[in-house]
Design a protein around this ligand. Structure first.
Ligand code: AMP
Length: 397
């Protein structure tokens, strides 16, 4: 990865720092239900303010079509103020008179949150006049929103061409962790990929087989691979029309010397419901009326052994229908094993994606992984090997 500038490369004192953060927190009826995203960016905010910079926060919130009070960032700014224990001013618009007046009133070390950037349709169009209106408010631009870095929007990318650009601390930590996982990893590298469908992860699988030494395929998507290999998967979720794609991925893996680890047994139930009776079967004996809902015990043992052989692990997607007991067992056991290896300093483990974070939390091990990315789309695009516009613009050319 090319080098990128960070807060270590700029003296923020007295400067107006436009700080792009991801304050798109889950909320119900104006109440914030999970403030993880606010907590993640709090250190960058307090560092810049502590060094005498003027912190001007930019973020999107929801998917408003034009100005919509239900998707105002005002309550989020209040929650941020509570979390960091300092006043956070608020401006009713992110450009124009309200924003300019609020910025002009700032003293060194002050924090100001501007209204939802997506109240302007020009944000998502990366419109040059809108970028210019934002750029007037700042001396420098700091991007601390990795989770929005796969979008080339005005506040996530456009500003980086208009103002000196730096990575915030959250972005820096994310890029460092991801770099260690795939760009310059300690070998051998193993990827664990699960989830419902192959169709949403074709690019990701195709990229990974060229980069990693071993690839574990689990979850519903493994059924598509097993079907392509002639296994009768009964009534399991499987994308049978993608058999040729699955075989192509297996061939590419062989050509790239990537070992593919597919399930060798499966936990099968006859109903997709919590605690429905289930049994483990070998692949030659999956009942015609049954559904594969998790990897079986012999598969788990193989996955553990493969993790033991690896120095670096990248994980996305559950190995089974982890939301319903007991079909979380494969995911939970493999996650706990990876966490133990990480704690024993034998493994660098990086995981990401919405369901993956939920699964690791369920296993009680999210804190034991080397790094867990809460970015959904951006994490997947990074795993697909695609350049992320909001990261590219930070690189030192
Ligand atoms: P994804 O969003 O692609 O990572 O998929 C996650 C979803 O895949 C979760 O909701 C799991 O319940 C589901 N899933 C994983 N394995 C299976 C399976 N064997 N059968 C049905 N759904 C599964």
């Amino acid at each position: 990865m090319n080098k990128f500038r960070t807060l270590d490369d700029v003296d923020v004192k007295g400067k107006r720092a436009l700080l792009r953060v991801d304050l798109n927190v889950p909320a119900e009826d104006g109440r914030i239900t999970d403030s993880t995203r606010i907590e993640r960016v709090a250190p960058t905010i307090t560092e810049i303010a502590g060094k005498g910079g003027k912190v001007i926060l930019l973020s999107h919130f929801g998917r408003p079509k034009g100005r919509d009070p239900k998707e105002s960032l005002k309550p989020v700014a209040a929650a941020l103020s509570q979390i960091i224990g300092r006043p956070v001013a608020f401006a009713d618009d992110c450009i124009g008179e309200p924003a300019e007046a609020a910025v002009a009133a700032m003293k060194d070390g002050d924090i100001l949150c501007l209204e939802n950037t997506r109240f302007h349709k020009e944000e998502e169009k990366n419109d040059p006049a809108f970028v210019a209106a934002l750029a007037r408010l700042g001396d420098i631009w700091i991007n601390d929103a990795f989770s929005a870095a796969h979008r080339a929007h005005a506040s996530t990318e456009g500003l980086g061409h208009r103002l000196p650009a730096y990575a915030g601390r959250t972005m820096q930590a994310e890029l460092d962790a991801l770099g260690k996982a795939l760009e310059a990893p300690t070998k051998p590298v193993i990827a664990v990929i699960g989830g419902a469908k192959v169709s949403t992860k074709i690019d990701l699988l195709e990229n990974l087989v060229t980069k990693v030494d071993a690839l574990v395929i689990g979850g519903g998507m493994a059924n598509t691979f097993l079907h392509a290999q002639g296994v009768n998967v009964g009534k399991s979720l499987a994308e049978k029309d993608l058999a040729a794609t699955a075989l192509r991925i297996l061939e590419k893996a062989e050509a790239s010397n990537c070992a593919i680890i597919l399930p060798v047994d499966a936990v099968v139930a006859f109903q997709f419901a919590a605690n429905s009776p289930s049994h483990a079967y070998g692949l030659d004996a999956i009942p015609a009326e049954g559904m594969i809902l998790d990897v079986g015990p012999r598969s788990i043992a193989r996955i553990h052994a493969a993790i033991d052989d690896a120095a670096t692990l990248v994980w996305n997607g559950p190995l089974g229908a982890f939301e319903i007991a007991p079909f979380d067992r494969g995911t939970v056991q493999a996650a706990r094993h990876a966490a133990e290896r990480t704690k024993a300093k034998k493994l660098i483990s990086v995981a990401g994606g919405g369901d993956t974070v939920a699964a690791l939390n369920q296993a009680g091990v999210a804190g034991d992984f080397t790094y867990v990315s809460t970015a959904g789309g951006a994490f997947l695009e990074w795993m697909e090997g695609k350049p992320l516009p909001g990261v590219e613009v930070l690189k030192v050319k």
